[in-house]
Structure formats: structure tokens, C-alpha cells
Design a protein around this ligand. Sequence first.
Ligand code: FAD
Length: 317
Amino acid sequence: MKVTEHIAQAKNTLISFEILPPLKGKTINSIYDHLDPLMEFKPAYINVTYHRSEHVFKKKADGTFDKVEVRKRPGTVGICAAIMNHYKVDAVPHLICGGFNKRETEDALIDLNFIGVNNVLVLRGDAAKNETLFEPEPDGNRYATDLLKQVTNLNSGIYLEDDIRDGFKTNFCIGVAGYPEKHFESPNFETDLAYLKAKVDGGADYIVTQMFFDNRKFFDFVDRCRKAGINVPIIPGLKPLTTKKQLSVIPRTFHVDIPTELSTEVMKCKSDAEVELVGADWLYEQSKELKAANVPVIHYYTLGKPAIIKNVVERLF
Ligand code: FAD
């Protein structure tokens, strides 16, 4: 089922989980071990992130280096098939522009269609590790809007090879990312909002937000989206804070603020086990308020911390 169909049929706020493919060399069981404790909460769907490959330098016996390309977390498409087969739950793969040309993207979309996936979260992806600015592949998509166009084209039966007549029309429900605290590369909030609107006008069916720790920022964001004429469902994305180190890592990596009240509590903690308790309580309070505000779905970035998400969702539902 499509994400939008889940939302249309729901009487209350739904939940969804986001997972990362395991590092190369691990088995699918690491995904099941991660998800098993969470499945009793009947998530409407599960998102699986996509990771671009990276260039790394490997030292050779003669002391020189080889530049090699590695994808540390492959398997997004296969994991989606495994999740749907194992849990009978819809999977939402992320698709990124970075590191893929349009032909590879089209092939991935065809694979997804063949395995029965009809949801995608369309993203640009971040710059490669060794680059400061995002650069698309030659013949790749530059912005999420371009990738979105490729998906909507396929939904209309338009393939890259223009000699394909009467091509099968896929039926992907398309999500895109939104940033309550602005995307870090955008010169200002209004510009970012205009590009978000372009994604929705281009065919996006719903928005999932970047994590935030202050619900006011989410509510303001929704207000500003509505005023700008963005009327699709907006799904809040939440992540637990679990270590002291994250007080600086999260703002640096995700460009979001940690409220003073939360950072003050975390600073008082004597261990990361204590931080987890503070983080779980904060996540619970955020979730409770969002649920009371009737958000369509609460999307949890589980990122290796299923026990905390379980603790929070148990109290919530
Ligand atoms: P875009 O919408 O393309 O926007 C990127 C920047 O360009 C913004 O500053 C925007 O304002 C600007 N912009 C947009 N369109 C135009 C235009 N036409 N002309 C000029 N400027 C423009 N990354 C991964 O690698 N894998 C994942 O699985 C993944 N999952 C994510 C899930 C969620 C819910 C979120 C919020 C992020 C995720 N990311 C993931 C990170 C994401 O790829 C980065 O945040 C990336 O920097 C931006 O992606 P986007 O799709 O928002 O890009």
C-alpha cells in the first residue's frame, strides 16, 4: 500500500521506522534483530536509507595508494524485499541522486516495481565525503526535483530510451524531505520553502521532515508550508538523543538545534546510560505532543537504538 493510502485510512496517528542497511559483510539477520522488538507496534511502513559509494585510498605493498570505490552499506532494494516478505509490512526505499546516473536510477526503479514496492522517498543525498559541495554524476540528477521528475516520468510510462512505446506505467507514491530548521545550503528559509513547494508541485505526495528536538519548529514549519500553498501531509521525523557527544555531532551533521533545556539535562548526566534516559523522556514528550496535534505519522529514526524507540512507543500507544 502507498504511504498516502495508509494515511487516508488511519483514524489515529500512525508510526513508521527508518533503518539503515547493515555494513557490508553482515547478514539480513542484523536487520531482523533490529526490527523484531519494534514490530509489535505495527508500523504502517518501514523506510530503508540509501547510501552512496565512497572513494577510499588503500595502501599497496610498494607504499603507493590505490583509489578504490566502496559502498559500505549496500542492499537497500534487497532489504525492502526482505522486510515485505518477512514482516508483511510496506517498505519505503530512499532513492538518492548522489553517486547514480539516470540509467542506474531507472534500473533501480524497475527492480523496485518488480518486487512490489510502490513507495519511494526521493532525495538529493549529501556531497561525497571528499567534496564540500554536492556534484551529481555525469548524466545524474542534480536536485531532488530532477529525480522526482524521473520517477513521475516512469509513472507516466516515459523511460529514458525514447523508443520504448507504451512502456509500463509504474505507480510510485513519492515522499520528499523538508527541513523545519532550513536546509543548510539554502540562503534563507523562504528560498528553501520555494524549492520544497517545487517538489510538491512536481508531484511529491508527502513530506518527511529532518529530525528536530523542538516541536515549535515543526509546528511553525507546517504553518509556513500551508501559507505557501503546500497542502500534502507533513510527517515529523524524530530521533532520540543518546550520547553526550551528540550535543555537538547532531548540530554539525544535521544542522539542527538542541534546545537549552535538553542540553542542560544531558550535561548533568554522568554516563551515556543516563543520557539515554533523558533522551527517551524528551522523545516521549515530543511524540505525545505531536500525537495530540494529530500528525498523520510519527517517523522514528531508529538508527541502532531500537530499545529506546520501543520504550517511547510503548508509553505512547
Ligand atoms: P533538495 O531538495 O534537492 O535540496 C538540496 C538543496 O538545494 C537545498 O538547499 C534546496 O533549497 C536547494 N535546491 C533544491 N532545488 C533547487 C533548484 N532547483 N535550484 C537551486 N537550489 C535548489 N541522504 C542519503 O544519502 N541517504 C538517505 O537515505 C537519506 N535519507 C534522508 C531522509 C530524510 C527524511 C531526510 C530529511 C534526509 C535524508 N538524507 C539522506 C539527507 C539528504 O540527502 C540531505 O539532507 C541532502 O543534503 C538534501 O536532500 P534533499 O532531497 O532535501 O535535496
